[in-house]
Write a protein that binds this ligand. Structure first.
Ligand SMILES: *[C@@H]1O[C@H](CO)[C@@H](O)[C@H](O)[C@H]1NC(C)=O
Ligand SMILES: *[C@@H]1O[C@H](CO)[C@@H](O)[C@H](O)[C@H]1NC(C)=O
Ligand SMILES: *[C@@H]1O[C@H](CO)[C@@H](O)[C@H](O)[C@H]1NC(C)=O
Ligand SMILES: *[C@@H]1O[C@H](CO)[C@@H](O)[C@H](O)[C@H]1NC(C)=O
Ligand SMILES: *[C@@H]1O[C@H](CO)[C@@H](O)[C@H](O)[C@H]1NC(C)=O
Ligand SMILES: *[C@@H]1O[C@H](CO)[C@@H](O)[C@H](O)[C@H]1NC(C)=O
Ligand SMILES: *[C@@H]1O[C@H](CO)[C@@H](O)[C@H](O)[C@H]1NC(C)=O
Ligand SMILES: *[C@@H]1O[C@H](CO)[C@@H](O)[C@H](O)[C@H]1NC(C)=O
Length: 565
């Protein structure tokens, strides 16, 4: 009866009949390091990268840990050893399943040979052990390192499965300007003929002084879309050509230190038209000196989206307003295609205390945002943003906090540390408490779709067969299969976050899926499959998309006509 009723409601109200999930915070355990970077590794593990300035978590040799694996089952961290300092690095999984973290802080590990974290390349996994036992960070700084020193760069997996590294600074700075700004692009592994060199970027230079962690996305054409400060471009990887597109509207700036968050909205067959969304950040004038900015300057409440096709660009940016202004906010793509917006503050900026008023509060931001928001992607403009179903937290998650979807389908929320050390008595103290934001179907242990078995690898443009169960109560609703990269989360940026909805058929307990047509739609590498039925999603199952070989990989699958720029 209830099914019939909800079915009729769906028919009556179209997309607006979407179920409202009620979310609940649960706190459990302490991270031991500050999860400045948070990456979903496996069904049971999250990787946390930080630095060592007073962390309670110690390595077996008694040194403070710079990184750790968080176990979702025991709610405890296991320290990980790294040679170079991982603080404020960027990264991605590459085509062979290795997680690559690049750049960081210059600090040297007292127990290791001299190695500047700013040139660091750290290779982790694939890690198949449920507890992380035997999974280590591999580094060989003498032989494997970046071409130049970087801090706060973006790492992006591109269609050949390798890592593109964009921008950054080579010093700890608020505004990124002058000779210390690293306005260039390089790749790991290096492209033929580019070993030890970088590609200067006029775009990144034009985006000074608000251009760290440039927000970057691989489009279905194989080009890369980049936003830094309030300017945007399409980057052709082969030729290095930068083509400017319309500025973000109304002076809103979204890169560090005016951190707004961005997502490529879900890509759907047959055209995979890309729409990008940016929420929060600041519309402050970036020619104001640092000391003229204050912790109480309002963040923006603007979300802006644009479809990156000729028609979409002709139409221009579409602006929506959040219920509250936000800076330093994280965005988490859900398997439904909605985007959860969480953490951060309503006023101020990113960075260590440097703006006016920051001495008193030991933070560049103030007015923590305790309640998340949901961006309902399928709703009509003007109705997409809501706080319905979202609870308030009592933990401020300011600069250097993070949030990521886990394989279980809840959201791990952790970190916060606006000061350059572990400080427990500041206005916004170093935060080690871990929280989960649980959807009602996890809280209530309600029936969920289950992926019982799936292949470990799927090849482009091929079909694959999975064994699933869908609870009777959800059978009348729409089913979706989400193929996702859960991203490399740091500084309000979910680099590599991606959701491709797959063509599929369900027959009894057999789910037949069709993999993405080619490596531009989903750059080859690890992914998570979630089955969504009537708005409720399964736990994620990890698969390798593509042949799993070392980068660079040749084009795989079939070319399809795309409208994407
Ligand atoms: C915290 O996690 C541990 C390990 O999973 C579990 O035994 C305990 O019940 C949890 N506590 C709360 C309050 O959820
Ligand atoms: C990059 O530019 C070259 C030369 O104009 C062109 O052949 C190629 O199709 C472009 N790549 C993409 C992905 O548009
Ligand atoms: C982007 O910022 C520049 C420099 O501050 C400003 O001149 C320009 O008007 C802004 N663009 C928009 C669309 O607001
Ligand atoms: C910033 O500059 C403006 C214009 O000069 C001035 O009115 C304002 O008081 C300054 N604010 C701070 C915090 O310095
Ligand atoms: C904060 O305090 C330090 C040390 O007292 C001082 O050097 C610095 O100028 C102050 N910064 C601001 C923005 O007031
Ligand atoms: C925090 O503790 C330190 C060390 O005990 C002390 O010097 C400092 O004044 C304290 N700060 C605040 C805001 O209480
Ligand atoms: C592949 O799967 C799709 C559904 O995802 C189905 O329509 C199609 O018939 C399948 N093709 C083959 C060759 O099995
Ligand atoms: C993955 O590829 C990178 C780049 O070629 C290489 O350094 C690394 O060793 C590879 N990982 C594995 C597990 O083979």
């Amino acid at each position: 009866m209830r099914n019939l009723l909800s079915f009729l409601l769906v028919l009556a109200a179209g997309v607006n009949a979407q179920r409202t999930i009620q979310w609940t915070f649960v706190q459990n355990g302490t991270s031991g390091v500050i999860p400045v970077e948070l990456i979903t590794i496996s069904p049971t593990l999250m990787l946390m990268y930080d630095r060592a300035d007073g962390n309670p978590l110690l390595l077996p040799n008694g040194e403070q840990a710079w990184a750790a694996l968080w176990n979702l089952e025991t709610n405890t961290p296991t320290p990980l050893s790294s040679i170079t300092d991982t603080f404020c690095a960027g990264g991605a999984f590459i085509s062979n399943g290795t997680l690559v973290s690049v750049a960081g802080q210059p600090l040297e590990n007292p127990n290791q040979p001299p190695a500047d974290g700013r040139m660091g390349i750290r290779l982790f996994g694939p890690c198949t052990s449920a507890t992380g036992e035997g999974c280590t960070v591999f580094e060989d700084p003498a032989h494997i390192h970046l071409a130049v020193t970087r801090w706060y760069p973006t790492g992006l997996r591109i269609p050949d499965g390798s890592l593109m590294i964009l921008g950054g600074s080579n010093t700890n700075t608020f505004y990124n300007t002058g000779p210390t700004a690293e306005d260039s692009i390089e790749f790991f592994p290096s492209r033929p003929g580019e070993e030890g060199t970088v590609r200067p970027s006029q775009f990144l230079l034009d985006a000074e002084p608000v251009n760290m962690f440039p927000r970057s996305f691989v489009l279905p054409s194989g080009n890369v879309f980049v936003v830094a400060n309030n300017i945007t471009m399409i980057y052709n990887i082969t030729t290095g050509t930068e083509t400017r597109l319309p500025d973000l509207p109304n002076g809103v700036r979204v890169a560090n230190p005016f951190d707004g968050t961005g997502q490529l909205l879900p890509l759907s067959p047959p055209l995979y038209e890309p729409t990008v969304l940016f929420c929060g950040g600041s519309a402050a004038d970036d020619s104001r000196p640092v000391t003229n900015l204050t912790t109480l300057d309002p963040a923006t409440d603007q979300c802006s989206r644009i479809t990156l096709t000729p028609a979409g660009v002709a139409k221009g940016w579409e602006v929506e307003r959040m219920p509250e202004a936000r800076i330093l906010m994280e965005s988490v793509m859900l398997p439904t295609g909605d985007v959860l917006l969480i953490n951060g503050a309503k006023t101020g900026y990113s960075g260590y205390p440097s703006v006016s008023g920051s001495n008193a509060s030991q933070s560049n931001a103030a007015n923590p945002a305790f309640r998340g928001m949901l961006y309902r992607t399928s709703f009509p403009a003007g109705q997409r943003l809501t706080q319905d179903g979202l609870p308030s937290s009592n933990i401020a998650r300011m600069y250097h906090s993070s949030a990521s979807l886990t394989a279980k389908g809840n959201i791990m929320v952790a970190g916060s540390n606006p000061v350059p050390a572990v400080v427990l008595n500041a206005t916004f103290p170093t935060e080690f408490r871990v929280q989960y934001l649980n959807p009602d179907f996890i809280t209530n242990n309600a029936p969920r779709p289950v992926i019982q078995s799936a292949p470990t690898q799927i090849l482009f443009n091929r079909n694959a067969s999975l064994k699933v169960t869908i609870p009777r109560s959800l059978l009348l609703g729409e089913t979706k299969v989400a193929l996702m990269d859960l991203g490399y989360v740091t500084h309000a940026q979910h680099s590599n976050s991606r959701l491709v909805f797959l063509e599929h058929t369900v027959l009894g307990n057999t789910l037949q899926i069709t993999a993405p047509p080619n490596n531009n739609i989903y750059p080859p590498g690890p992914a998570w499959l979630f089955l969504v039925a009537d708005g409720i999603y399964s736990e994620g199952v990890q698969v390798m998309v593509g042949d799993g070989g070392n980068p660079p990989r040749a084009d795989q699958g079939v070319k399809i006509p795309v409208t994407s720029l």
